[in-house]
Design a protein around this ligand. Sequence first.
Ligand SMILES: Cc1cc2nc3c(=O)[nH]c(=O)nc-3n(C[C@H](O)[C@H](O)[C@H](O)COP(=O)(O)OP(=O)(O)OC[C@H]3O[C@@H](n4cnc5c(N)ncnc54)[C@H](O)[C@@H]3O)c2cc1C
Length: 399
Amino acid sequence: MYFELSKEQKMTREKVREFAENEIATMVQNEDEFASYNRSFLSKIGLLGVLGICIPKKYGGSGLDYNCLAIACEELEKEDTGARLTITTHVAAFALTLLQWGTADQKHRYLVPATKGQVIGAFAITESQDGSDINNISTTAVREGDYYILNGTKMWVSLINVADVFLVFARTGPAGDKKNISCFIVDGNFPGVQTQNIYGKMYIRLADTGQLILNNVRVPVENMLGEEGEGSTIAFSSVDNARFTVAAGAVGVIQGCLDASVKYGRERQAFCQPIGRLQLVQSMIAEIAAGAEIARLLVYKVGWLKNEGKQCGRETALAKWYACDAAFKAASHSIQIHGAYAYLNRYPLERYLRNAKGAMIYTGTSEIQEIILAEYALGFRENKILRMQLPSWPFEEDD
Ligand SMILES: Cc1cc2nc3c(=O)[nH]c(=O)nc-3n(C[C@H](O)[C@H](O)[C@H](O)COP(=O)(O)OP(=O)(O)OC[C@H]3O[C@@H](n4cnc5c(N)ncnc54)[C@H](O)[C@@H]3O)c2cc1C
């Protein structure tokens, strides 16, 4: 067992932290208030190289390992969730899914431009009636010659206004059977594709969320990802990668809460001493510190399993469940420690609380993670070797 970060991981942390402190911290308060996410922010993130961070160099990526992805998410989310959600959506849910399941032609057409930030990808499975229960989606895909005709509406699609391409999950047979779900790569400029923003969100205002409306969209058969009926498996592998980054980002929130609480605990005086000397305040700080340490270990273990090419559905669910719950608790404690000042948005704490709540819902709610964990423990669920695997690290072609 070796707990030291590699040279590349340390460099990733430094580089992303510097970017987050200089580029995100300075504008996030305004962006959060006015929810004015735009493509110029993506261009900046693109220059950082994180849009292709753990994609092999032969596809235009940086070829770094999966824990570099985790560390980047941690540092971005320490400043704001929207920046991390961009990586969750574009890198984890879109690019890694193409890397795992795409044909050589699909990788050439979509993955290579995505790693360079020339194309932004998103992931669309949820519908107004189906979030957790993805096998019951209503969007249909009917084969007509060399095309599938897609009809339906997807909800809560992250990066809705900036994405160029969507991974869309649709039914190629009757509802309720996971063998009838298939996955399609849908260009935003295919006729019949429309997007609509969702306004008035409680959290993640530095990222768009919206509806993807598909009205008789003709998708060429060569844009099917994986095989017909493999969509449910693809969705789960994609969501698993996304969960890993959500858990990593939650570590950043906990660390942010810890840093702020320690600083305030040393400075703020009550009863003729710093409040950090008061044992009930110490109790909250200890809980935040434990959350940061445990969540980080759980996340890095998942990164290590991915590097080794091992299945890690169980460990990912555990990391996501623990880290997101701990982040929400940390934000709540941190607000308590800051007293009335926490109500001001010049402190990041109320934003941390709103954003941490969101992470307990998307990419599978906390309850769903609990169920997954229990099912592994009970032997009702097991890791399966999939037809296509996410490549282990170091990537062969980068040697
Ligand atoms: C900001 C944001 C961004 C998102 N981005 C995307 C995206 O990019 N792409 C995408 O496809 N989706 C996205 N989503 C959707 C998200 O993944 C779903 O909201 C999530 O999976 C939960 O689904 P739901 O909201 O329909 O809740 P439901 O499934 O309706 O669940 C409601 C409640 O019931 C509980 N519940 C459901 N089933 C069970 C069960 N079997 N046992 C116990 N409890 C259960 C849940 O835990 C929850 O508490 C996003 C959502 C948000 C809020």
